[in-house]
Design a protein around this ligand. Sequence first.
Ligand SMILES: [Zn+2]
Length: 383
Amino acid sequence: MRQSQLRGAGSIAFTTIVFLLYAGIGLAQPSETPRQQPRNLILFIGDGMGPSQLTLLRLIDTTQVLDNFPVGGFSLPLTRGALITESAASGTALSTGVATHRGMVGMTPDGAAVENLLERARALGKSTGIVSTSSVTHATPASFVAHVASRGEQYLIAEQIAGSGTDIVMGGGQKYFLDEQRGGGRSDVDLCATMEAAGYEIALVDAEDCELQLPSNESDRRLLLLAAEDGLPPAHSRSLTLARMTALALARLARNPHGFVLMVEGSQIDWACHDNDFETLQAELLDFSTALNEGVAFAQDDGQTTIVVTADHETGGLALLGEEEDASDIEAVWTSTGHTAAMVPVLAMGPGSASFGGIHRNTDIGRLLHELLSGGIPSEQQR
Ligand SMILES: [Zn+2]
């Protein structure tokens, strides 16, 4: 009697343990390698930020934020049918893991829509966000929220953003959302009204002077914040920093117990390099580094957040020269006003980050990001 009771209790306990294992690890086989999986993922993209741009950031950034990343590597910015890529194809590679033609957003070369990183995240119950200093409809952020054949279709991209279910959308681009009556460029529908009706808080602010107009961190509402008609003004003349937007996004996204995925883009690093404008480049890099500091502080506090920092391509063919030991007289030598084929840096910290070390194609980075969310990355994997 007593023995059979004990056996019964043991069997229930065993069944319970097996059940908990299966429920907790998502049907993982007991013999499988332990997987490293973060709850939250923040992807920082410095548009146009090649090795020299990152070197410059390291030289001028007094916070030395880059030194927090234990993992480093390179990404080959490949594209279909060309040596040199641009933000749509490379953003698509990072967001979907698929190689496509220049100018295509979230699509295969044949024009089929492919699941992007934020769609994957939402399928897993996570909250999602995009933050940029360009219009939110610009090629890089668009690669995380839209599927269009040409990056120029920004009115269509805005429509897709409005219906995407993305929780936090911050950057420029009022003209693509507002209708003509409200000073926008749309003749069909006012997407701000559509999104407000769907429960979004709408904040139309002026990036040059917005401190008093900014939404509260203390809310769990979905948010559309548009701070300029198109792209934001350059770093030295906007009071709305990338760091401020990043902090606001993190505060709201962190309320989801299932976690979140946030893409933050320093969009205008690229624009300064197209202009071969060294002073503006430094201001944009410092703006990007303050946003990185927000992400790193969040991840260090949270312990379940992975951060990956990379670029979509290099812009300007920048080289740095100088005679002094410090950054006081660096001279920029530009070899192009366009993009180059140079590999771009990858930095990572947090669960599963070791996999991002070494040299990868940009599509591999995209696949690793999906893998990190979906099942985690085997802890042995040190590619
Ligand atoms: Zn560019």
